[in-house]
Design a protein around this ligand. Structure first.
Ligand SMILES: CCCCCCCC(=O)SCCNC(=O)CCNC(=O)[C@H](O)C(C)(C)COP(=O)(O)OP(=O)(O)OC[C@H]1O[C@@H](n2cnc3c(N)ncnc32)[C@H](O)[C@@H]1OP(=O)(O)O
Length: 197
């Protein structure tokens, strides 16, 4: 994965389709964690990505660039754009495969500047799987699903157990997250896999 000239996905990856219990086309995906910088509604300056499953089982996420996200005057910061792709790609893997995963590698090509006030439409798809490794890629277009391409990204996500989060993260916050998920019975059905803060 060191350069874009390499084969993608790698030769040992097998085609992968959505889990039988994956959300159906047209489903709007809920935030995976209220305090997530990428999608959580409790993070005032966060990215507030919103995602939905498209007819072809890609996942389309939108991210509107605000002044809080600037790098140069009037333009989005590149690192934040990479963050938006991390979230969009992670949401794709998590929701379609219904497994907790973390980003192991993220590669981003910045094709054109993204102005403050524009909305990125990020379409992400599963590319392949090899054991715990899932390969996924995305394209981000300006202001419309068919707008000009501004970024492309591809990533490797690695499936982990819940202990990844309890060992390395905040066990109390994980427990609170579990309780909230259990309380939301309807959402719990959708988010059973989703101990993925
Ligand atoms: C809905 C959810 C949305 C979430 C969106 C946000 C997602 C995130 O930002 S997650 C946070 C950022 N990521 C992290 O903190 C992960 C930190 N890294 C780790 O914890 C570990 O390195 C981890 C879990 C990725 C892998 O460790 P470990 O479980 O010990 O597995 P390990 O054996 O090292 O790797 C598994 C496989 O992946 C490969 N691999 C791991 N890292 C890389 C890498 N950077 N590049 C290429 N291959 C890699 C390994 O070579 C191995 O391949 P194989 O099975 O063929 O031998």
């Amino acid at each position: 994965m060191s350069s874009r000239t390499e084969n993608w996905p790698p030769a040992d990856a097998e085609p992968v389709g959505p889990h039988p219990d994956a959300p159906a086309p047209g489903t709007e995906l809920s935030e995976h964690y209220a305090e997530c910088f990428g999608c959580g509604h409790e993070v005032e300056l966060g990215l507030h990505l919103r995602s939905a499953v498209a007819d072809d089982m890609s996942v389309v996420s939108t991210f509107t660039v605000r002044k809080d996200h600037q790098g140069a005057p009037g333009l989005a910061h590149g690192g934040l754009l990479a963050c938006a792709f991390d979230e969009a790609l992670g949401s794709t893997v998590g929701n379609l495969l219904r497994t907790p995963t973390v980003t192991a590698r993220l590669e981003t090509d910045f094709v054109r500047p993204v102005p403050v006030g524009s909305t990125l439409h990020i379409a992400a798809r599963l590319d392949g799987r090899s054991g715990r490794k899932t390969y996924v890629s995305a394209e981000g277009r300006l202001d419309a699903d068919d707008g000009p391409v501004a970024l492309r990204a591809r990533a490797l996500f690695v499936t982990v157990g819940v202990d990844h989060f309890t060992t390395h993260g905040d066990p109390d916050a994980i427990e609170k997250f579990r309780q909230t998920a259990e309380a939301e019975a309807a959402a719990a059905e959708q988010r059973g896999w989703d101990v993925n803060p």
